[in-house]
Design a protein around this ligand. Structure first.
Ligand code: SF4
Length: 220
């Protein structure tokens, strides 16, 4: 029996002969026709019972037998996305200025940068990130551990949001950051979290230490 994360699987229901789901990594939910064809071809060839678009904008192939996992990954030729474990999960990103008429900043460019740097990075607990092109926050910034949204004046960084069984809305950390300053500030926050979290989500750490203390420690 495979464990969650082993060979990129998520174990599903059933104790004796469980089925598995796999979800290729599609940075920021961007996908091209060739990737879609490969997923469709593999699903048909191996009789995958269901394909599901996930909340992290990936395409999960559901109901796979253990013996099919290696062959399907080989056929796909794609990397697994991080859906389990104590690490940075797939980053949720809206279309931003590249495609949305309301966008104020290029969320796709920022999201791809964050994905390149952080996706899969091991941390004290799981971490979800979101990037939105404007304050409407279609990437659900308010329930992300670290999130950025764009305004006319730059990027606004929020921390400490999560969904889960004990939901928490994010707190505003700093506003009006340039693209590069926003990236640097995310790096500082991730490092601060790595050093100070007691294996808790960002929001629990903010509650324990206090937002003012964190701001002071970060020189804000
Ligand atoms: S957050 Fe703003 S820019 Fe992004 S999709 Fe929503 S409305 Fe458009």
């Amino acid at each position: 029996m495979l464990k969650d994360g082993e060979k990129g699987v998520i174990r599903q229901r059933g104790k004796d002969e469980p089925k598995y789901a796999i979800a290729p990594h599609l940075p920021c939910g961007l996908v091209n026709p060739d990737q879609l064809r490969r997923i469709a071809d593999a699903a048909e060839q191996y009789g995958v019972p269901a394909l599901k678009i996930t909340s992290a904008a990936r395409i999960a192939m559901i109901g796979i037998e253990e013996g099919q996992v290696d062959e399907i990954w080989k056929k796909l030729g794609m990397d697994p996305g991080q859906a389990t474990g104590l690490c940075v999960r797939s980053i949720k990103v809206c279309p931003g200025t590249q495609f949305c008429r309301l966008g104020k900043q290029d969320s796709l460019a920022m999201g791809l940068e964050l994905d390149r740097i952080y996706h899969g990075m091991v941390l004290p607990s799981k971490m979800k990130m979101g990037v939105s092109g404007c304050k409407i926050q279609c990437a659900e910034n308010c329930i992300k551990d670290i999130a950025l949204y764009g305004t006319q004046d730059g990027w606004t960084l929020t921390i400490g949001g999560n969904g889960s069984a004990r939901p928490r809305l994010a707190d505003l950390l700093v506003e009006d950051l340039s693209f590069e300053d926003a990236k640097s500030m995310v790096a500082r926050v991730v490092e601060y979290y790595r050093e100070n979290s007691k294996r808790e989500r960002m929001g629990r750490m903010v509650d324990r230490l206090g937002l003012d203390t964190i701001k002071q420690d970060l020189g804000l």
